[in-house]
Ligand binder design. Structure first.
Ligand SMILES: NC(=O)c1ccc[n+]([C@@H]2O[C@H](COP(=O)([O-])OP(=O)(O)OC[C@H]3O[C@@H](n4cnc5c(N)ncnc54)[C@H](OP(=O)(O)O)[C@@H]3O)[C@@H](O)[C@H]2O)c1
Length: 365
């Protein structure tokens, strides 16, 4: 599998920082991570460490005071109620939407740049929704509030953006296979508990409160999030709306069915498209392989979530002409939804903002 955006195993922090655009000036910033104990918060700390960010320049917040350890580094966790925002230069909200809605306006009013990983602001017209490889141009270096996309959307959109550029998209049909950790730490713990129970391993801990609509072990649950009166689930609506926004195609036909599968990490999507213009398949595959953030595999049974866990690129495989005539195309893509679908994308966004450290209370003088 070729990859231009390297996976987690960078030779050293200089290489990782370069890959993510996280310069020495960005590393000098005091970075606030709200929701540091959650799936995306922990991953962001891991990525920051990999990119050479010093732990003393990280401020970790959660519900309560505590401690955590990432990459052999200890972090103090401060209760959000006691957060000192004057001690931060940029803040990542790795938090549920309602908390992001409460915090973001206060932080922006204090002129702090905020990258929000929740869905709270993704469809707000004056807030950019950014996957840097696709629409990084909508971002100015001085934006204060930026929305990070839905994880399935980010993963599907990277290859879709290549097709859009080569031959124009006419219609997109997506079926997702989403990992348990897409529902955060509670989702992952629930799957692990249920898998042990299914294997007859005696439980060492109490049964966690499940975020899922049904048992997930040995199962597939159609429709992620509540289903609306139109029959479309909350997650499906996000993928439809955000795909149109990121690709700047409000007119695009997008049909989505989401499913939750008993996989710990990495979302997969089976995508069937119809294009506006005819294409040469080898040329399209070559363009896909050359695109930033994408790796292409010719494994007839790949890519697979288990092997993609912890990597940065969205892996695309099974690229083939469809049977619906000219302009018909199918592919399968897998991405680590906690990295490119969340925390890595968020860091890449922050890397495009002007570094703030060294100004008046961390803001430019
Ligand atoms: N997981 C993914 O794959 C993924 C992908 C893309 C986007 N997202 C989005 O990213 C956000 C975070 O998701 P996650 O998966 O990281 O969730 P998670 O594992 O459940 O973690 C949630 C974090 O938020 C903190 N938190 C919640 N309520 C709080 C409150 N009232 N005060 C202070 N801290 C509070 C939790 O702290 P405590 O530990 O103290 O409770 C925890 O650190 C969500 O909006 C989610 O939709 C997630």
């Amino acid at each position: 599998m070729s990859s231009k955006t390297p996976g987690k195993a960078h030779e050293n922090s200089t290489q990782a920082a370069e890959a993510y655009g996280w310069t020495a000036a960005h590393r000098a910033q005091k970075v606030g991570v709200v929701g540091a104990t959650g799936a995306t918060g922990l991953e962001l700390l891991d990525i920051l460490m990999a990119a050479g960010h010093k732990s003393e320049n990280v401020r970790a917040f959660a519900r309560r005071d505590g401690a955590l350890r990432v990459r052999d580094t200890d972090f103090r966790v401060t209760a959000l109620a006691r957060a000192d925002w004057d001690d931060c230069d940029v803040v990542f909200l790795c938090t549920p939407s309602d908390l992001s809605r409460e915090l973001a306006p206060k932080l922006v009013a204090a002129r702090l740049p905020v990258i929000d990983l929740s869905s709270a602001y993704r469809m707000q017209a004056d807030v950019p929704l950014v996957v840097p490889e696709i629409n990084g141009d909508v971002l100015t270096r001085d934006h204060l509030l930026i929305a990070n996309p839905n994880c399935t959307t980010a993963i599907a959109c990277l290859p879709l953006a290549v097709i859009e550029a080569v031959c124009g998209l006419a219609e997109v049909i997506v079926v997702s296979f989403q990992a348990a950790s897409g529902a955060g730490v509670p989702g992952l713990k629930t799957l692990q508990y249920e898998m042990r129970a299914a294997a007859g391993v005696p439980a060492a801990e109490e049964k966690p409160a499940s975020p899922f609509a049904a048992p997930l072990a040995l199962n597939v649950i159609p429709a992620i999030a509540d289903v609306g009166p139109d029959g479309i689930s909350g997650e499906e609506r996000k993928v439809i709306d955000e795909t149109r926004r990121i690709l700047r195609r409000p007119d695009l036909v997008v049909e989505v069915t989401t499913t939750r599968v008993p996989v710990e990490r990495c979302h997969s999507v089976a995508v069937h498209v119809r294009t506006q213009r005819d294409f040469s398949l080898p040329d399209l595959v070559a363009r896909m392989a050359a695109a930033p953030g994408i790796s292409v595999t010719d494994d007839p049974h790949g890519p697979r979530p288990r092997e993609c866990a912890g990597t940065d690129a969205v892996a695309v495989g099974r690229i083939r002409a469809g049977t619906r005539g000219k302009g018909s195309l199918c592919f399968f893509a897998v991405g680590d939804q906690i990295r490119k679908g969340a925390s890595l994308n968020a860091l890449q966004v922050a890397a495009r903002l002007s570094p703030r450290a060294g100004g008046v209370r961390g803001r430019p003088a």
